[in-house]
Design a protein around this ligand. Structure first.
Ligand SMILES: [Cu+2]
Length: 247
């Protein structure tokens, strides 16, 4: 029984396998993008953290137990793709909020590439296909970053008019209480790097607030107290009270 593998032996050669290399790199990129996103929103989302940890475990295993590593990465990625898709769909249609959008695109497209690499590595598919997919992925990543940056910076929003009531959003929260007179126009300035919505429950007011954008919202509601929410997935704690008084 041999205890050591020569440096130029099969263990080293396995790292040069283009499918395994693509699998390792894309799995780590997706995990890092998730962790950076969590740091930006200052929140711990357990499934994302666990998936990132499993990705590291899978990549480490790729070296010594390739089949086990491929299995861990493939299964983790497939489950995360199913679990995050409902959240991502909402963000995908809003490239004007670049960080949310890029995270959603990389979350979905990146995981599809990881899955394809896991299948390619498992089946020992042709090396040329792995290289083409690798080049395509790098190109797509650059395109996503460019679109997110351009779409976010060209979105300016509306200008504040005399008499508008200013409401600034600087975090994933609304003030506890927003008071306006019926017929007032709220000038909602989203200074935050993430997309939100200004949604007043049981009314027709449901307005998108792009990242770094501003919107004028006429409050044509009968006097009373309304519940204000943001309906972006994951922003369930973003609520407040909208108090409308008579003119
Ligand atoms: Cu929000």
């Amino acid at each position: 029984m041999t205890e050591t593998t020569p440096r130029s032996g099969p263990a080293d050669r396995s790292l040069l396998d283009p499918w395994r290399a693509l699998l390792a790199v894309t799995a780590i990129v997706v995990a890092v993008v998730d962790l950076v996103f969590l740091a930006l929103i200052s929140e711990i989302v357990p499934p994302l953290v666990i998936a990132a940890a499993l990705s590291v475990v899978g990549v480490v295993l790729l070296r010594r137990r390739p089949r086990v590593g491929i299995g861990v990465l493939g299964v983790t990625t497939a489950l995360m793709l199913l679990g995050t898709l409902p959240f991502a769909v909402d963000h995908l249609s809003h490239p004007d909020s670049g960080i949310d959008w890029a995270h959603a695109v990389i979350g979905v497209a990146g995981r599809i590439v990881v899955l394809a690499a896991a299948i390619g590595a498992w089946r020992s598919a042709s090396d040329g296909a792995a290289r083409r997919l690798g080049v395509l992925s790098v190109g797509a990543l650059g395109a996503v970053a460019a679109i997110a940056l351009v779409a976010t910076t060209v979105t300016t929003g509306e200008d504040r008019q005399p008499g508008d009531i200013l409401l600034s959003i600087t975090a994933t929260e609304f003030p506890d209480r927003v008071e306006v007179r019926s017929g007032d126009v709220l000038f909602v300035d989203n200074e935050h790097m993430f997309r939100h919505t200004f949604t007043v429950e049981e009314t027709d007011i449901d307005v998108q607030l792009p990242a770094f954008g501003s919107v004028r919202i006429p409050i044509d509601l009968t006097p009373g107290t309304y519940r204000l929410i943001c309906d972006v997935p994951g922003h369930e704690s973003m609520t407040g009270e909208l108090v409308v008084t008579s003119t």
